[in-house]
Design a binder for this molecule. Structure first.
Ligand SMILES: [Zn+2]
Length: 278
C-alpha cells in the first residue's frame, strides 16, 4: 500500500470554520451544555462547544474542532499506545513506538487525520462508488472496507468512525480487517449503538437493508446520516448493538467495548470498539 500523501485538510478546516459560523445561533442556544478541559486530540486547554442535543456529534474543541466521538478515539489510542504518558494525540504522534506503526484510517480529513498523517507509515482513504479500491479519485485514495487493496498482515492499526453502519456487508469488512492486520494488530472504530432518545445501548443489531440477494431490500424505513462528501446523506444498512462483540470474536478478534455515557444527550452513549487480532 503506497503512502497516502493527500492533503485535503485545508478544505475541511475551512468548512469547520464556516460550519462554526453557521452554527453560532445553535451554539448560543446550547451554551448550558458547553464543557471545558484539556483536549485529548490537540492537547490544548480548551472549551468544547455544543451546537445540538446530540453530544456524541457535538462538544467541538474550539482549537482543533474535534467532537466527542473523535476525542474518545484519541483517548483510546492514548491508553493503548502511549509509552511516555502522552495526554494528547498531538504528543502521541511524536512518540517513536507509535510512529513505527503502519496505520490505516478510512477517512482522509478531520482532526485525527490532521495529526496521524505526521506518522511515516500512515495511509488514508475515502470510498467512492465508481472508483476501484487502491486507485485515486481526485487525489484521494479509494478503499472499500469490504475489499481492501492492502496486503495480508501489512497493518498494525485500522481506524474508522461512524462508517460501519453504512457498509452493506459488515462481516466482509471484519474479515478483511482481520486479513490485513498483523498478529496483535488492532481494529479500532466508533459505531453508533443507541437510538435517539433511548437511554440504553441497543442489545442486538438490526439489519435495515438486506443485501444477501445481491440487491438492496429495505426492511425498515430508509435512514440517512449526514455525510460531508454527499449532500444527500449516506444510507444506514445496520443499527449495531452489543452483539457486535461476539460477532467480531468469531472472526478471530479479542474484543473490548469502551462505552461512555453522555448525560443530557439525545444519543445516550458513545461506543468505541477495540478489536485485537489474536
Ligand atoms: Zn482540540
Amino acid at each position: 500500500m503506497a503512502p497516502g500523501s493527500v492533503d485535503r485538510q485545508k478544505r475541511p478546516e475551512l468548512r469547520a470554520r464556516v460550519r462554526r459560523l453557521l452554527n453560532l445561533p445553535r451554539t448560543l442556544r446550547h451554551r448550558a451544555l458547553h464543557e471545558t478541559g484539556i483536549c485529548s486530540v490537540c492537547g490544548r486547554d480548551s472549551r468544547f462547544l455544543a451546537h445540538s442535543d446530540n453530544l456524541k456529534e457535538s462538544l467541538c474543541c474550539v482549537h482543533c474542532d474535534a467532537w466527542t466521538r473523535v476525542r474518545m478515539i484519541a483517548d483510546v489510542l492514548l491508553g493503548i499506545y502511549s509509552r511516555a504518558g502522552a495526554r494528547s494525540l498531538s504528543a502521541l504522534v511524536d512518540e517513536e513506538a507509535f510512529r513505527a506503526l503502519s496505520i490505516y484510517e478510512a477517512q482522509a480529513s478531520g482532526p485525527l487525520h490532521a495529526l496521524l498523517r505526521k506518522c511515516p507509515a500512515y495511509v488514508c482513504s475515502e470510498y467512492f462508488a465508481d472508483t476501484a479500491p487502491g486507485t485515486m479519485h481526485e487525489g484521494v485514495r479509494c478503499e472499500d472496507l469490504q475489499a481492501l487493496s492492502c496486503d495480508d498482515a501489512s497493518l498494525d492499526l485500522i481506524l474508522h468512525s461512524s462508517v460501519l453502519e453504512h457498509i452493506p456487508r459488515p462481516d466482509d469488512a471484519f474479515r478483511e480487517a482481520h486479513r490485513v492486520l498483523r498478529p496483535s494488530g488492532r481494529l479500532i472504530f466508533e459505531v453508533p449503538m443507541t437510538d435517539r432518545g433511548n437511554p440504553n445501548l441497543r442489545p442486538k443489531s438490526v439489519v435495515r437493508v438486506d443485501t444477501s440477494s445481491g440487491r438492496a431490500v429495505h426492511l425498515l424505513e430508509p435512514a440517512y446520516h449526514d455525510d460531508p462528501l454527499d449532500p444527500q446523506g449516506v444510507l444506514v444498512y445496520t443499527d449495531f448493538g452489543l452483539d457486535i462483540e461476539p460477532r467480531l470474536s468469531r472472526f478471530g478478534f479479542d474484543v473490548e467495548l469502551v462505552v461512555r455515557r453522555l448525560e443530557s444527550s439525545t444519543m445516550s452513549h458513545a461506543v468505541v470498539v477495540v478489536a485485537r487480532k489474536m
